[in-house]
Structure formats: C-alpha cells, structure tokens
Design a protein around this ligand. Structure first.
Ligand code: FNR
Length: 379
C-alpha cells in the first residue's frame, strides 16, 4: 500500500470540495483553503518566490501602498466592465495568467480552468507547459462555449524551444486551435528550480520534442557558457517571431521602460509588465511601480497588461488608474482549482469581478475608461 500524500501541513491531502466552502468571501481566501488540497512539494513550488521572497512580498506591499479616492456622487446607470484589447472584446479587464502544470493541483487541470473561464467570459492564457495539450484545452473551451452560449478569448503563451522549428510548430498548432494571440514570455528562460514533476504530470504540448531546459538547480557548471545561457531571449528572436504570425504578439515579462520601448519598436503589439509573481529574481521592482514610466516610454496607445500580486478588485482599479489596460491573475487560479475545481475557479473569478464593480461604483466609474489617475490619492 502507498503512503498517503501529505500537504504542507503534514496532513493527508484532501480532495477538492464539490461545493464552495462557506467561509470564502474574496478571491484571496482560496489560498488558506488550498494548502489542505495541494501536495507539500507542489505547494512550495507554487507559492515560492526567489531567494528571500523580497520581490514576492514587495509585490503585495506596492498594491497595498496605493490609496483610492472615492467619488460617491456619480451616475452609474448603464455601468459595465467591458473592454477591448487588440481588437478583441473582453467582459472585464481581468484575465487568467499562464500557469504551468495545473494537474499538479487537480486531475482536471487546465480543462477545468478553461471551462470556468468560459463560464465567466474571462480571457485565459494557456501555458506552453500546460499539462493537457493546447488542442485539448481549446476543445474543452469550445464545448463549454457551445453549451453555455458564451465564449471567451484564449491566448497561447510561448516559451521558445531550443529548435526554432519546434517553436514554429507550437505557433501553428495554436493558430489552428483558434487561439487569438501569441504571448512570448521572456523573463523565465533562466531560473532556478529543483521541483521534479510527479508521475502523471508532464508538458503535454512538448511530447516528442527535446525538452528545453527552463530551470537549473545551478549545481555543476556555472551558467555562462552552458546551453542554458544560450536560451536567453534575444531581439533577433523577437524579430523572428514577429515575422512568423499574423496573430497579435504580446511580450510578457518586461519591467524596463527602455526594453518596453524597444519591444514595441520591434513589432510587439502589447506588453505584459510582470516579475513572474516574484518567482525568478529577488529584489526586483514591482510592475505597478514601473507602469507609469513604461506608459510614458511606449506612448498612450500600446496596450499594457500587468500581473504579480493582483488579488483584489481594488488592485485592478489601481493598475488601470496608472495606465494598464488589464491585469492577470496567477496563483489564485491554482488555489481555487485545488479547493473546488471548476466551481472554485469560476467562483474566484466571480468574486474578483464583483469586487471590481464595487470599487468602480465607489469611485464613480461607470466604465473602465473612467478609471484614470483621479481615482488615486496622490500626495
Ligand atoms: C507561473 N507563471 C508562468 N508564466 C508564464 O509565462 N508561463 C508559465 O508557464 C508560467 N507558469 C507558472 C507556474 C506557477 C506555479 C506560477 C505561480 C506562475 C507566472 C504567471 O504567469 C504570472 O506572471 C504570475 O503568477 C503572477 O503573479 P501572481 O498573480 O501569482 O502573484
């Protein structure tokens, strides 16, 4: 007989609930439930930040340090959260960030997440490292859309593979499966991780391809001069990618205003300002701190999305007030998925949407276009 799997509290792993736990009042509440439902090593992998967690904790304090200025006298008739990004309609400026290997926390993994995203008409970014194939996820999304009579956008997140022919295969597969944008992640080609995937969880999209080394325990040879160092993204990669697809091309993982400017000059249609949820390098600036400088560097019209530490509807409004068009949610989707599967992810998204509407109402904003710097208290 196998020993039972343990969670990070040292107790046997609990399966996901079939109902929403009664004490969940906001999206962030899913985290304290999720610890009971996720195996201990997977929990550390998901929750962890780089080194001392300086970036991870800084991300939250940046959001918490901003103050909103209520505007209670306002006409909210006809108010809504809809927005348009890259010519695509979205029901709100909240999207699901690409998060790898979702079967780590629930057997239905990304299939449950895409069904929940479809139900809530929420855009989802599907990772190169998804644990179901991008075609299976697209199919699950399309079936759910047909059943529910509503759809949602799906974008494909690309990690470049060592061989460009394999990267191109992934792009063509994403185009064929109906993904409506390619998101190239540039900030995690080189990162430390010693997390071995458990049996039954794999990078389903990369079957038959030589595995790109995305992480190094940094034992043995030092980085420079190794194949891992050669995987660092280059401007030439961006030019190459731009030439391969007609789909909108979004670069994820930019923090420097100068690199933001150059990425747009090289043909990026939009940027995701991100420090990868504090997972890659410690002591890094937070996206929300650099957002105004990046907005200035790229001009008024380039769509800017942002993630890392977004947990509340108030955070969404703060990001939009400083010049973002939308935000992405990372870890909370795994917390909700582990706690209550599809239902949990749908509920988490609903709570965030409700918080966004409530915040907009207090700030006198009848649409996301009304969210401008005037809703922030600037000393
Ligand atoms: C990620 N992230 C990520 N990003 C990406 O571009 N491709 C990927 O495959 C993954 N995988 C992944 C796994 C896990 C477990 C985490 C926690 C994160 C980063 C993700 O898209 C996003 O940038 C951060 O998660 C945002 O920060 P928060 O919301 O988790 O604080």
């Amino acid at each position: 007989m196998h020993a039972p799997l343990l969670n990070a509290l040292g107790a046997p792993l609990r399966p996901a609930h079939s109902q929403i736990p009664a004490d969940i009042a906001c999206a962030a509440d899913y985290e304290r439930h999720a610890i009971h439902h996720i195996e201990a090593h997977a929990w550390q992998h998901i929750q962890g930040g780089a080194d001392q967690n300086l970036t991870l904790t800084h991300n939250r304090s940046c959001w918490d340090g901003l103050r909103l200025l209520p505007q209670p006298i306002a006409d909210l008739g006809g108010a809504h959260t809809r927005t348009t990004l890259l010519g695509q309609d979205l029901s709100s400026p909240i999207l699901l960030a690409p998060v790898a290997y979702q079967r780590l926390v629930h057997p239905d993994g990304e299939l449950a997440t895409v069904r929940a995203a479809t139900a809530l008409q929420t855009g989802m970014l599907v990772s190169t490292l998804s644990s179901y194939t991008l075609e299976e996820i697209a199919q699950a999304g399309q079936t759910a859309a047909a059943e529910m009579g509503q759809g949602a956008r799906r974008w494909f997140q690309l990690y470049l593979q060592p061989d460009r022919a394999h990267s191109l295969q992934l792009i063509r597969r994403a185009e064929a499966a109906g993904y409506s944008a390619i998101v190239w992640t540039v900030d995690a080609s080189i990162k430390r991780s010693g997390f071995p995937l458990p049996y039954g969880v794999e990078a389903a999209n990369l079957r038959g391809m030589p595995s790109a080394q995305h992480t190094s325990p940094l034992q043995g040879p030092i980085l420079f001069g190794t194949p891992l160092a050669q995987q660092a993204p280059t401007w030439d990669d961006l030019c190459w990618l731009r030439a391969q697809t007609q789909l909108p091309l979004i670069v994820k993982g930019i923090l420097s205003p100068a690199q933001a400017h150059q990425a747009v000059a090289c043909g990026a249609d939009a940027l995701i300002i991100s420090n990868h949820g504090g997972r890659v390098l410690d002591g890094v600036v937070s996206p929300v701190e650099v957002l105004p400088a990046i907005r200035q560097a790229v001009g008024a019209h380039t769509p800017l999305l942002l993630d890392s530490g977004v947990r509340y509807g108030t955070d969404v409004v703060k990001a939009l007030a400083l010049g973002a068009h939308a935000v992405l949610i990372g870890r909370p989707q795994l917390h909700a998925l582990a706690t209550a599967g599809l239902l949990g992810v749908a509920h988490m998204l609903h709570l965030l949407r409700a918080e966004l509407e409530l915040t907009m109402a207090h700030l006198g904003c009848a649409s996301v276009a009304d969210i401008t710097p005037h809703v922030l208290w600037q000393r």
